[in-house]
Write a protein that binds this ligand. Sequence first.
Ligand code: ATP
Length: 202
Amino acid sequence: MKFTQLRLAGFKSFVDAAELRIDPGLTGIIGPNGCGKSNLLEALRWVMGATSAKSLRGGGMEDVIFAGTDSRPARDRADVTLTVDNSARTAPARFNDADILQVVRRITRGKGSDYSINGEEVRAKDVQLLFADAGTGANSPALVRQGQISELISAKPENRRRVLEEAAGVAGLRARRREAQLRLTAAEANLARLQEIVDDLA
Ligand code: ATP
């Protein structure tokens, strides 16, 4: 799975729509302090399903929407589109017919955010699993924040293990196991309730 394009509109300092082509190989972003380099990385995390406002350097999730400047009014919505080359067919079966996947996340003030893949509305979890299976995602160790290296060096062994699991693509399996366990617990509760009804009728 390769990222080929990132498009942002109304996201943080990117008030006007901006498109970036991501070519094979290493991509570097250069520019003066405060020009929005970190905002680009945050857009990448966000479209892959980041749920922590803190990891996006904001107080609340709506802080990703352009907040306005002296010369431009604030926006009411932000969207980020990540175009992914799926010609290696690594996406989950549901999305695996397409060579190119367009993953979109939008947020509107007061209404929260939603996601789509190739125009089909999906859950945050679908997007998170899509990237987790490919060994990447909002918390991928490949996206290195300032100060992250020293955090990793002093991290507890279990936190360091989590980083390795994400890199190995195990994070998606862990999330699916958690989801299956929740469904099993709900099914067991239903069965117990059913048994009570059967006992009452007997
Ligand atoms: P540095 O090199 O100093 O780390 P940078 O190039 O990584 O800087 P960013 O941190 O990505 O820059 O961008 C910071 C800019 O983004 C600031 O000018 C800040 O005001 C602006 N910004 C952040 N959030 C918003 C928002 N919601 N609305 C408008 N502008 C925002």
